[in-house]
Ligand binder design. Structure first.
Ligand code: SF4
Length: 265
């Protein structure tokens, strides 16, 4: 999570897919929000692994395979902390990589502008209203109708794999891969999520900055992080970030318990 003195905690999470217990190190000093992103992603991935194990044990098969990139044509929502984490990762890449990725992002911007979507995506990312389904769904639909490959996708491989957003990590399906040609089809069966890390991070950022949860479309994330550079530099004690982040995770899990209990199997 960062340098300096680190306090170690053991975290136990009871999720609809089972319990995970894991040790984490948290700096006692102040750190920027991006520092908590890897920790939360790690937790999310452990919870997701449990979910997948449970499905596999019940005889279902996860269809997602390396080289399959059908879902990389959907609009990927990024929380503010993840936009900052991506900007941080970008600064670590060598110059040639940064140049190549910048050219790809420019090409995406051009295509989205021609399709009349860039402005709508910008408005979404700067909205002062909490994101609503009514506002997001038409944008999602129009974006997906383009079937535009993510600017970070090359030869069906993610160029920022280790730094990809949580939303990319969280989408897996048990329906046949051929159905992913239309991911909006009700026949597509996503693996249920006990926790959505991007949502938890979005809520955490909203609480820390007294703003609304923000949904930043991935092609805009680096621009957004640059525009909000001052917020990126703000710091909070690592333990405060952890406490607040876990609170969001627990709330999400408890809603998911309720949702599954009220959904007929
Ligand atoms: S960031 Fe990577 S995994 Fe996510 S949509 Fe883009 S190419 Fe796909």
């Amino acid at each position: 999570m960062g340098s300096g003195t680190v306090e170690h905690f053991e975290i136990s999470l009871n999720t609809p897919a089972g319990r995970i217990t894991t040790g984490i190190g948290v700096p006692t000093g102040s750190v920027p929000i991006a520092s908590i992103v890897p920790l939360l992603r790690g937790l999310g991935e452990q919870v997701q692994a449990l979910e997948q194990e449970q499905l596999t044990a019940s005889g279902q098969v996860i269809s997602c395979r390396k080289g399959c990139s059908a879902c990389c044509r959907m609009l990927v929502p990024v929380s503010a902390p993840e936009a900052f984490a991506l900007a941080q990762a970008f600064e670590r890449y060598d110059e040639a990589t940064r140049k190549a990725l910048t050219a790809r992002l420019e090409a995406a911007k051009q295509r989205l502008s021609e399709a009349g979507l860039w402005q709508r995506l910008t408005e979404l990312s700067e909205s002062h209203e909490p994101p609503s389904d009514e506002a997001i769904e038409p944008v999602n639909r129009d974006y997906y109708a383009l079937r535009m490959a993510c600017p970070f996708l090359e030869n069906d491989t993610c160029l920022i794999y280790h730094d990809r957003p949580s939303a990319c990590r969280e989408l897996t399906v048990t329906s046949p891969a051929a159905l992913c040609d239309n991911l909006l089809s009700p026949a597509v069966r996503p693996v249920p999520l006990s926790v959505r890390v991007s949502t938890a991070l979005g809520l955490l950022w909203a609480e820390l900055t007294d703003t609304v949860p923000r949904l930043i479309p991935l092609p805009l994330a680096l621009d957004w992080a640059r525009t909000h550079a001052e917020e990126r530099r703000r710091e909070w004690p690592g333990t405060t970030l952890l406490d607040k982040a876990l609170d969001k995770i627990w709330r999400y899990i408890s809603q998911e318990f309720q949702r599954r209990n009220s959904t007929p199997s």
